[in-house]
Design a protein around this ligand. Structure first.
Ligand code: HH2
Length: 277
């Protein structure tokens, strides 16, 4: 399998989160104005983001869906604005092919589909035709109900089987093997113990053979461990990001790009020194 987008020896990539929503769990309303969103994206690029992930619909537990038209109205001016100063990867966080198509038309080139190509039958064909990188995420249930009573026999085995099957499906639709990224979906239909098991046993997911993306930033499992409210979870987010990269994650999806870059740089220097083996 060729993973030439990111050889394993290369540093991990940092994906900066840009929520153009009034209701996202940690930053809802902060970047709802296109000018604020574009300025925030610029700040994340200057802080060292490798990818910007733009979403017009919150997927927090209990969130109701946002129409494709409204998502398009939210994200497309922001993508156009970012493209005026940046040529790097822009991903669109949506399960709708209509939204993804409009985003790609404005310059997005990655699709972050938390349904792993299950929600919209047109998504896989669109991604294949456009040559987009796709992020396939594990989720039990749907955001509106996913945290009500998540149950697994073995969450890691379940996620591994699911992601393997979804990657196979993506390949069968014509999506290139160097265009697929897998994600355990931290917080999506999972209890604290499920999230911890996935992070502890992340190597079982990296063994599938595709790059792994992990989104731990500010998530509720950090609050469950520490008691910290959502606005005060930077330190826990950094610890979890360093852990995930240490277990083989190639991309971390974060709200705080500069601090994450700094933390990862120190962890990398420590783990590649002469006495680290
Ligand atoms: N987490 C969130 C949203 N999208 N996509 C992927 N691939 N992986 C994740 O872990 C992930 C994701 C939730 O975080 P956020 O975007 O900050 O919140 P909200 O969904 O409320 O907008």
């Amino acid at each position: 399998m060729t993973l030439d987008l990111w050889p394993k020896s290369a540093p991990p990539w940092v994906m900066g989160v840009l929520n153009v929503t009034p209701d996202s769990f940690s930053d809802g309303g902060h970047f709802f104005e296109p000018s604020h969103a574009i300025a925030h994206a610029r700040g994340m690029v200057e802080a060292g983001a490798d990818i910007i992930d733009i979403g017009g619909e919150s997927s927090r537990p209990g969130a109701e869906g946002v129409s494709a038209e409204e998502q398009i109205r939210r994200v497309t001016p922001v993508i156009r604005g970012i493209r005026e100063f940046w040529g790097g990867p822009i991903s669109v966080d949506t399960t709708s092919a209509q939204v993804a198509s409009a985003a790609v038309g404005c310059g997005a080139n990655w699709i972050n589909d938390i349904s792993a190509l299950r929600a919209d039958p047109a998504m896989a064909e669109l991604a294949a035709r456009q040559g987009c990188v796709v992020i396939l995420m594990h989720m039990q249930g749907k955001p509106a109900t996913m945290q009500m009573d998540p149950v697994y026999t073995d969450v890691v085995a379940d996620a591994t089987l699911f992601l393997r099957e979804r990657a196979r499906f993506a390949r069968s639709c014509g999506i290139g093997e160097d265009r697929i990224i897998l994600d355990p979906g931290i917080g999506f239909g999972k209890t604290l113990e499920h999230n911890l098991a996935l992070l502890r046993r992340l190597r079982e997911l990296t063994a599938i053979g595709y790059p792994i993306l992990v989104g731990v930033s500010r998530k509720s499992f950090i609050g469950q461990i520490t008691g910290a409210p959502v606005g005060d979870r930077l330190e826990g987010s950094l610890a979890a990001a360093i852990w995930a990269v240490g277990q083989g994650a190639r991309i971390v999806r974060v709200h705080d790009v500069g601090p994450t870059r700094q933390a990862l740089a120190v962890a990398a220097a420590l783990s590649t020194g002469p006495s680290s083996s």
